[in-house]
Design a protein around this ligand. Structure first.
Ligand code: ME8
Length: 548
């Protein structure tokens, strides 16, 4: 017998690829952060995981933006892509790939997919008339439009009810994809995978939309109108529709078209999770699975759709200009603070209002007086030995203080459950709830510590703990330091730098920072004298006096 090892498929997460027509804002950063936390959680869990982000560089919207900037499209895109790449670096996003749709390998793969769709009879050419929105890069049926007065010009214009973007009547000959042929197959797939789209109500909306009927989809535009894109194979007069081009990035970046065999799985396909904003649900949840079905490719595992960040109750948007510059925010508050705030407060079902004031509030409450305070009170070997506390408490003997003992037991039980609870939430892609559950343990530990007050048992003269109080103090320190170690492990996906700093302070071995160690008693080998006590201020004041 030849032993064959089953090939492990990496967990594969993606963000949308962002249009390079304008600079990124906090909404883009937020999407990157959510996807990164999801990826890093898998790594924490011992899995091999991949994250892909990147830029969407073709289409009329980008072409027009380049012209407006007085630039040729490619150098314009080069600059734009660089900015998004830097954003990922600045925010400590652990992306393995950064895809650009102008890459030759991507363009070739798009043409390959086109030819396959054509060969299989899913593409036909016909005249298309309809309302096209350049800003949204899509046609809208008349039922989704209304006439409004343009405040800038006083003209009556047709706009999308959903996005408010102007549409123009467009008549052209182009290629169509037989989307309508996939109605039953899509409905069957949704029925078999009821949790495919998170949250559930967006799944219901998609099912209802497909059940109501699908029209075929225009998937090319005349090159005379749109030059900036992938040319349709064997027909230079047509350019591939930017959304067909863009969606394929998720597969092309990891090697599509794969040679027959295990390559596809080894490279990570199908994606386990696409993180997207709710604005692009239709493209990812209807068109994309239909394209994949037509190409006989396996479908992604999950689609996490998020709400939008707003400023003053309006969607933060590049075209509106009501945006928060993510680079300023990262400079001002630091990457971990921003990651913490965005993961904590990003709306999934609902939109959320962005507020600098709330960033500072979260920092103060969760990180500074929550986690930082617990750390600075405990990591003080002048009064007690964390090592000894860890060693002597492995046996769970009760302390002599009855009331503290009951509380200690309660706290211990809570500590036993937090990693499983967080893992369970993450398996449902509940990034924020998982974080809140972890932080609850920190708040709880501070309350416990306040009640047990070990410092009152420190002998002032000798600055050490007399023998008769030692067990009580050890027990208290043990539970708090275990809380720190466990939440330190669990917070790594959220605030990677600060969590590493905390675990370094506690002297936790690099090899013992994965999920399996995030239960009490799983590590008997940290603490004094490995403590790194020179730097006990994990979360210094932000140094911001006034906020607008
Ligand atoms: O749609 N709040 O690109 P895009 C939260 N290129 N997230 C926001 C946001 C906000 N206010 N604004 C944008 C595109 N986003 C296409 C995608 S994918 C094959 C092609 C995030 O630059 C959100 O994730 O308009 C949204 O889906 C994405 O940025 C859209 O970025």
């Amino acid at each position: 017998h030849v032993a064959t090892t089953a090939l492990e498929k990496p967990y594969y997460v993606t963000t949308p690829i962002f249009y390079v027509n304008a600079a990124p804002h906090v909404g883009h950063l937020s999407t990157m952060v959510l996807a990164d936390v999801i990826k890093r959680w898998q790594v924490l869990n011992g899995k091999n995981a991949l994250l892909c982000t990147g830029t969407d560089e073709h289409g009329l919207k980008v072409q027009q933006a380049a012209t407006k900037a007085g630039s040729e499209p490619l150098p314009f895109c080069d600059k734009g892509a660089e900015v998004f790449k830097n954003l990922a670096v600045r925010a400590n996003i652990s992306n393995d790939y950064f895809v650009r749709t102008t890459e030759p390998s991507h363009k070739e793969a798009v043409q390959y997919a086109w030819l396959l769709l054509q060969e299989r009879g899913y593409i036909y050419s016909s005249k298309h008339e309809g309302w096209y929105s350049v800003s949204d890069e899509t046609y809208y049926p008349e039922s989704q439009l209304h006439l409004v007065l343009d405040p800038a010009t006083g003209r009556k214009i047709m706009t999308s009810i959903e996005t408010g973007k102007e549409v123009e009547w467009t008549t052209e000959v182009n290629y169509h994809f037989r989307l309508s042929a996939f109605k039953d197959q899509l409905l069957e797939f949704y029925a078999k995978n009821p949790t495919w789209i998170v949250p559930k109500f967006r799944m219901d909306e998609v099912v209802a939309a497909v059940a109501a009927g699908l029209e075929d989809l225009s998937i090319s535009r005349p090159t005379s109108r749109l030059t900036w894109g992938v040319r349709v194979p064997d027909d230079d007069s047509q350019t591939v529709y930017v959304w067909l081009d863009a969606l394929l990035n998720y597969a092309t970046k990891i090697g599509y078209p794969w040679p027959p065999g295990e390559q596809m799985t080894a490279n990570g396909w199908p994606a386990d999770c696409h993180v997207i904003g709710k604005d692009i649900t239709r493209f990812h949840c209807i068109y994309w699975p239909a394209f994949l079905m037509a190409l006989s490719l396996p479908l992604p595992g999950r689609i996490l759709t998020t709400g939008h960040w707003q400023l003053a109750n309006q969607k933060m948007s590049k075209s509106l200009g009501n945006v928060v510059n993510p680079f300023f925010a990262l400079d001002r508050f630091g990457p971990d603070t921003m990651r913490y705030y965005l993961a904590h407060d990003a709306g999934i079902s609902n939109d959320a209002n962005y507020s600098n004031y709330l960033v500072v509030e979260r920092y103060k409450k969760g990180l500074q007086s929550g986690l930082g305070n617990l750390a600075s009170r405990i990591i003080k070997p002048k009064h007690w030995s964390v090592r000894k506390a860890v060693e002597t408490q492995q046996d769970h003997k009760p302390t002599e203080h009855r009331e503290t003992h009951a509380k200690a037991r309660e706290h211990y039980r809570m500590l036993q459950g937090i990693s499983a609870a967080a893992n369970e939430r993450m398996s449902r892609l509940e990034v924020s709830q998982a974080l809140k559950g972890i932080m609850e343990a920190v708040f709880e530990a501070n309350r416990f510590l306040q009640g047990a007050a070990p410092w009152t048992y420190v002998d002032k003269a000798s600055a050490s703990v007399p023998e008769r109080h030692a067990r009580h103090v050890d027990r208290t320190v043990y539970l708090c330091v275990e809380t720190l170690r466990i939440v330190g492990i669990l917070l790594q996906p959220y605030i990677p730098s600060k969590a590493a700093e905390l675990l370094d302070m506690l002297g936790v071995d690099e090899q013992k920072r994965s999920l399996e160690f995030a239960r009490p008693g799983m590590d008997a080998d940290y603490g004094t004298p490995k403590l790194n006590i020179k730097k006990t201020v994990l979360f210094p004041p932000l140094g911001i006096d006034e906020l607008e």
